[in-house]
Design a protein around this ligand. Structure first.
Ligand code: PGA
Length: 261
């Protein structure tokens, strides 16, 4: 199907300028498969985007972690899609569960953001995922379908979207989704897209997994036919450095580094 493996590093709200520079140096020196095989995108906090972009090797790209829902203006503290485009930032992460939960971003708001960012020419890593309560109540698919529907209702071209299935419960909780659990949701998502968007989008869109991706599970996860990559966040990724699955270790290194006290 030719879906290129995608590895995203989500640095969240971490790092100093010195740390960021060191990490970029390490990335630049790393041996990774060619960009034909794997797409590597790192997402530093806004303030570090220009420096990371300017220092990073050209085949790696940067993503913002958010952007405003419409054109800029009197929205104190926000960063607009136009600003990202102006700085040549190609990607943006939208709808991360931390923003949905902590900042009250609704499905509709995330859908509006995705549509606006795409309309300005950004590529979007759109995050969806259920909470533990929702999983235990058996509503995982309803939740992720509703989240995806709010995006589908607002966009028609999915070619610049990567869908990140990030269940909330494996993020920083010690509970890890099994490869089978990830694969199951990815397959269901593809079925949903097939039925509700188009067979072409269902076949071509990259659905990546995020949530406690580690050296212990990344090979198995990547072996699943419907897992097209990862969004790697926090810590505990040390062992990745010895497993080297399609460059994941590289992003893992960033998160180890950033998670050090
Ligand atoms: P994690 O985070 O790898 O620390 O679980 C993933 C994410 O939040 O994108």
């Amino acid at each position: 199907m030719g879906r290129k493996f995608f590895v995203g590093g989500n640095w969240k709200c971490n790092g100093t300028i010195e740390e960021v520079k060191k990490i970029v140096e390490t990335l630049n020196a790393g041996q990774v498969p060619s960009p034909d095989v794997v797409e590597v995108v790192v997402s530093p906090p806004f303030v570090f985007l220009p420096i990371v972009k300017s220092l990073l090797r050209p085949e790696f790209h940067v993503a913002a972690q958010n952007c405003w829902v419409k054109k800029g203006g009197a929205f104190t503290g926000e960063v607009s899609a136009e600003m990202l485009v102006n700085l040549d930032i190609p990607w943006v992460i939208l709808g991360h569960s931390e923003r949905r939960a902590l900042l009250g971003e609704s499905n509709e708001f995330v859908g509006d953001k995705v549509a606006y960012a795409l309309s300005k020419g950004l590529k979007v890593i759109a995050c969806i995922g259920e909470t533990l309560e929702q999983r235990e109540a058996g509503s995982t698919m309803d939740v992720v379908a509703t989240q995806t529907k709010a995006i589908a209702e607002r966009i028609s071209d999915w070619s610049n979207v990567v869908l990140a299935y990030e269940p909330v419960w494996p993020i920083g909780t010690g509970k890890v989704a099994t490869p089978a659990q990830a694969q199951e949701v990815h397959v269901e998502l593809r079925k949903w897209l097939h039925a509700n968007v188009s067979p072409e989008v269902a076949a071509s869109i990259r659905i990546i997994y995020g949530g406690s991706v580690s050296g212990a599970n990344c090979n198995e996860l990547a072996a699943n036919p419907d897992v097209d990559g990862f969004l790697v966040g926090g810590a505990s990724l040390k062992v990745m450095m010895s497993t080297i699955p399609l460059g994941v270790w590289l992003v893992g290194f960033l998160t180890i580094y950033l998670s050090k006290d």
